[in-house]
Design a protein around this ligand. Structure first.
Ligand SMILES: C[S@@+](CC[C@H](N)C(=O)[O-])C[C@H]1O[C@@H](n2cnc3c(N)ncnc32)[C@H](O)[C@@H]1O
Length: 194
């Protein structure tokens, strides 16, 4: 049965332009994760990625402030949910690390440093969200929620390697930026192109 939840109102109707299907970017790079990998789905919403990742053998922690959205994942094998405010004065995920962190359609710049720390050495960050220029197409249009050109690349800390990066217009239409990076100075494996 398809799941439903209320998308982030600040993103408007474009919040989930791909519907409940997992992003192809996330799917492509999740292929690098071994069975049993511990993955954090940050600002998971209704869990389109958490569900898909759990379905391929990952142990997923899905976090969001929206308890109702997380509740739709109750009973999904391999998914643990936690209702957290990721933008409050206290960072609720301090000291935790994961084999991979997935962020889709969410941006909160003041916690970028903490976000990178969530990835264990050798682990992966898979990120996809809207960028400047998206305001031509609708929401999100607030620059606070839109990446600047190459911003994900520019804020990558030392000791990380870019696995893949792209930005531009996609057919929804929307302006999107995508990064996959590993917390390793040495480039590692690439997934297949298809
Ligand atoms: C557009 S949805 C994206 C959901 C999911 N990542 C996806 O791509 O399907 C943005 C999510 O960010 C969550 N969010 C916004 N502000 C938050 C906050 N301060 N703390 C935790 N989650 C937040 C919303 O509740 C919403 O589920």
């Amino acid at each position: 049965m398809p799941f439903k939840h209320s998308p982030d109102p600040r993103l408007g109707a474009a919040a989930h332009p791909g519907g409940s299907a997992p992003s192809e970017w996330v799917r492509r790079f999740a292929a690098l994760l071994p069975e049993g990998a511990r993955v954090l789905d940050l600002a998971a919403g209704g869990g389109r990625h958490a569900r898909w990742l759990a379905g391929r053998g990952c142990k997923v922690m899905a976090v969001d402030r929206d308890a109702a959205a997380l509740a739709t994942m109750q009973g999904v094998a391999g998914v643990e949910t936690r209702v957290l405010d990721l933008e409050g004065p206290d960072w609720p995920l301090g000291g935790q690390q994961f084999d991979a962190v997935v962020v889709a359609n969410y941006l909160y710049r003041p916690r970028f440093a903490e976000l990178f720390e969530l990835v264990r050495p050798g682990g992966l960050l898979i990120y996809e969200t809207f960028m400047l220029g998206n305001e031509r197409f609708g929401k999100p249009s607030n620059p606070d929620f839109l990446l600047r050109p190459c911003e994900l690349l520019a804020c990558l800390p030392e000791g990380w390697s870019v696995v893949a990066f792209e930005q531009g217009e996609v057919g929804r239409p929307a302006m999107i930026q995508r990064l996959c990076a590993s917390r390793s100075a040495v480039p590692g494996r690439l997934p297949s192109l298809i």
